[in-house]
Design a protein around this ligand. Structure first.
Ligand SMILES: C[S@@+](CC[C@H](N)C(=O)[O-])C[C@H]1O[C@@H](n2cnc3c(N)ncnc32)[C@H](O)[C@@H]1O
Length: 255
């Protein structure tokens, strides 16, 4: 990231969110000063952290909420796209271990944990990791989410680097590297636009290497999520494909 984003806490910003932002400021990723008036801003109100992209007609905001809203708990239990992901994983038995190498907004990770899998969820971008940590802290203790969150181990890390240091073998992996917006759903589109502003034009150029590393760390399969007509990651041909309405699930076997 070229310039630190601006952090604007309101007086009622909770202490836990301030601590997360303080770590970003200490790392030079955020600043209390305004460096780029058209750039990204991290605000904090009573509900925690929100990332807003300015410089467009209408500011676009990203706020992660695992309890309510489009990402909330109910979504984790419903929806064809969620079912497709579970099918693509081969309907693993409960208690299976899954690594999500691209946690992003945390949706897939939550779906997998709600299904009874033990999930290690990695996200390498520090700002996104901050939003995820804030959302997870807010969700903690919510009775409906407690069992799923107990199975979800979130870490800020690059998947390739983490796998190089850990010789853990997972039952399966999910990988969903960035690609231009793929859903017609306006709410999703806006969130993806903020993500693209945050991550830049070619956000995951190392996706082929990450996929190769994941294939060495699974017993059963790696599922890569792609828009329906996107090329395969790194031109690596999958063993199978499962096609949903707007998403293709490319299934790779271990090597
Ligand atoms: C399209 S989003 C993933 C959305 C996610 N599947 C969800 O359900 O919300 C892609 C994310 O993967 C992250 N990412 C890509 N490659 C990664 C890697 N090697 N290690 C960790 N995070 C990675 C990016 O930073 C980005 O936030």
């Amino acid at each position: 990231m070229s310039m630190p984003l601006t952090f604007r806490p309101a007086s009622d910003c909770p202490e836990r969110a301030r601590r997360i932002a303080a770590a970003l400021i200490a790392g030079g990723l955020a600043s209390m000063e305004e460096h780029d008036p058209g750039g990204l801003v991290l605000t904090c109100g009573p509900e925690g952290l929100t990332l807003t992209a300015r410089g467009t007609d209408q500011p676009l905001s990203l706020y992660l909420d695992f309890v309510r809203g489009p990402q909330g708990y109910r979504l984790a239990h419903a929806g064809q796209a969620r079912e497709d992901l579970i099918r693509a994983l081969g309907r693993l038995p409960k208690g299976s271990t899954v690594i999500d190498a691209s946690t992003g907004l945390g949706r897939d990770a939550l779906v997998l944990a709600a299904r009874g899998y033990r999930v290690i969820a990695l996200e390498r971008h520090p700002i996104l990791a901050a939003l995820l940590s804030d959302a997870l802290q807010r969700a903690a203790g919510h009775p409906a989410l407690e069992p799923a969150l107990a199975r979800l181990d979130f870490r800020q890390a690059d998947a390739g680097e983490w796998l190089a240091e850990n010789d853990t073998l997972f039952d399966a992996a999910v990988f969903d590297p960035m690609f231009p917006p793929r859903s017609k759903d306006a709410a999703v589109k806006k969130e993806m636009q903020v993500l693209q502003r945050l991550l830049g034009a070619t956000p995951d150029p190392d996706a082929p290497a990450t996929l190769a590393a994941l294939r060495r760390h699974v017993r059963r399969r790696v599922v890569v999520k792609r828009p329906l007509h996107a090329p395969h990651v790194g031109d690596q041909t999958p063993a199978h494909e499962l096609r949903g309405r707007s998403t293709r699930f490319d299934i790779y076997l271990p090597v």
